[in-house]
Design a protein around this ligand. Structure first.
Ligand code: GLA
Length: 388
C-alpha cells in the first residue's frame, strides 16, 4: 500500500497546503482473459497494491500534477485539454479529465501529487488504478458526484480516446467496485457483478512479476480485438443473432470451423472456451473447490499461449516452473500478456520455497530476477480519511 501519511507530507511540503488523499487498487484477474471486450465473463480481484492521489482544489482551471514515482511535473488547463497520444503518463490524466467533462461534470483546478506502489506496465492494471484514483479525487474536490459505473466507464473512455488502447471494462470496473476478501464475477455484456467471497482455504494468491513488458503488447492487443470482430462477422453469417463471441457455444464453433481462417478460429476458440472456464471457476470458488479453480487456470494459460498467442517465453517459464513446485494448484499469465505477471494458487506453507525455487529457475532460464509476492483481495477506490 502507498504510505498516505508520507504522501500527504510530501504534498504539503511541495504545494504548501493540506491535501485530501484518495486511492484506487490494481487488480489480478483469476481467470477470464481477453473475454471482457467479447461481451464475456471475467473473475478479477483487486489487490493490495494501489495508486494514491493527494489533492487540493484551486480557484482556477489549472491542474498542476506531480508524479512522485517518475519525479516529473506537468500542468494542464482544463479549458484546453489536448487530444492525448503523447505516449506518456499525462495521457491518462488528460483522458480521465476529458471523459469526466464529457459526462457533463464541471471540474475545478487542483494541485495533485501521484504515488503508486505498482510497477508501471506490470500488468496489474496500474493505469486503471491511476484513472480511477484521479477520477475519484477530482470529482470529490470539485463538489461533483458520479455513480460508480459511470466512473469506471470514464476510465475506459480515457484509454480508448487518449491512450489508444481499446481495452475492455474489467480493470476499471474492479478498481471501483471491489470488496475486501472478494473476487467479482462480471458479466461484461450486462455489467452485472456478483461478489464472491475469496475463500481459498490454505491457499493464497501469489503474483510473479516477469519484469518484462514487450513493446508489441498494445498493437497486438488491438489486433486481437480485430480478429475477434472478424470471427463474429463470419460466424454471424451461419449463426444469425450472434452479436459477440459470447453468443457462440464451443460446439457451434467447432461445427462452423470451416468458415473461419485458422488464426481467427484459434482466437475464437480461446474466447469461447475461456468464458465457459470462467463460469466454472466462479462456481468452484463459491463452493470452495480450490483445486478445481487451479485446473481451470492452467487450462486458461495453455489456451492463451497456443490459441490466443499472447504469452511470451518469460511468462511460460514462470508458469512451468510454478507448476513444478509442490503446493501449487494452478498458474497462468494474467492481464493483456506479452510480459507482465502470472497468478498462482500456492499453499501458504509452501510460499517461501515457491518463491525461492521459481526465482532461481527464472533467473537461470530468463536471466532476470522476478518479483514474487502474495496479494490480499482489497476494497475498491475510496478516500483515506485517517492521515491527518
Ligand atoms: C487488459 C485490458 C482488459 C482486458 C485484459 C485481458 O488488462 O485492460 O480490459 O482485456 O487486458 O483480459
Amino acid at each position: 500500500m502507498v504510505d498516505a501519511l508520507a504522501l500527504a507530507a510530501a504534498f504539503q511540503q511541495h504545494y504548501g497546503t493540506r491535501p485530501r488523499i484518495f486511492r484506487a487498487p490494481g487488480r489480478v484477474n483469476l481467470i477470464g482473459e481477453h473475454t471482457d471486450y467479447n461481451d464475456g465473463f471475467v473473475l478479477p480481484m483487486a489487490i493490495d497494491r494501489e495508486t494514491a492521489v493527494a489533492i487540493a482544489g484551486r480557484n482556477d482551471r489549472i491542474l498542476r500534477i506531480w508524479s512522485l514515482n517518475l519525479d516529473d511535473f506537468s500542468e494542464l488547463d482544463l479549458n484546453n485539454i489536448g487530444p492525448g497520444h503523447h505516449g506518456a503518463w499525462i495521457d491518462y490524466v488528460e483522458g480521465i479529465v476529458s471523459a469526466l467533462a464529457g459526462q457533463g461534470l464541471v471540474l475545478c483546478g487542483a494541485d495533485i501529487a501521484l504515488k503508486s506502489d505498482m510497477g508501471i506496465g506490470s500488468g496489474l492494471a496500474s493505469s486503471a488504478a491511476l484513472e480511477i484514483a484521479l477520477g475519484t479525487a477530482l470529482v470529490a474536490v470539485s463538489g461533483e458526484t458520479i455513480n460508480s459505473l459511470s466512473l469506471a466507464l470514464a476510465g475506459q473512455t480515457a484509454e480508448h480516446m487518449h491512450v489508444g488502447i481499446h481495452c475492455g471494462i474489467m480493470d476499471q470496473f474492479i478498481s471501483v467496485h471491489a470488496l475486501e476478501n472478494h473476487a467479482i464475477l462480471l458479466d461484461c455484456r450486462t455489467l452485472q457483478a456478483k461478489q464472491i467471497p475469496l475463500n481459498l482455504h490454505e491457499y493464497e494468491t501469489v503474483i510473479c512479476d516477469s519484469k518484462v513488458r514487450h513493446t508489441l503488447a498494445s498493437s497486438e492487443y488491438n489486433r486481437r480485438r480485430r480478429d475477434c470482430r472478424s470471427g463474429v462477422k463470419l460466424l454471424g453469417v451461419v449463426l444469425p443473432g450472434v452479436r459477440a463471441l459470447r453468443d457462440v457455444t464451443p460446439n457451434e464453433l467447432e461445427s462452423h470451423r470451416s468458415v473461419l481462417p485458422e488464426t481467427v478460429f484459434r482466437r475464437c476458440r480461446h474466447v469461447i472456451n475461456e468464458n465457459a472456464r470462467t463460469l466454472k471457476a466462479a462456481e468452484a470458488l463459491a463452493s470452495g473447490d480450490v483445486a478445481g479453480i487451479g485446473r481451470l487456470m492452467s487450462a486458461s494459460h495453455q489456451s492463451l499461449r497456443d490459441n490466443y498467442q499472447v504469452s511470451c517465453s518469460e511468462l511460460d517459464i514462470l508458469v512451468e516452473s510454478a507448476e513444478a513446485q509442490s503446493g501449487v494448484l494452478g498458474a497462468r499469465m494474467t492481464g493483456g500478456g506479452f510480459g507482465g505477471c502470472t497468478v498462482n494458487l500456492v499453499k501458504r506453507s509452501n510460499f517461501e520455497s515457491f518463491r525461492e525455487n521459481v526465482s532461481r529457475e527464472y533467473q537461470k532460464k530468463a536471466g532476470i530476477t522476478p518479483e514474487i509476492f502474495a496479494v490480499r483481495a482489497s476494497p475498491g477506490a475510496n478516500e483515506i480519511t485517517n492521515c491527518e
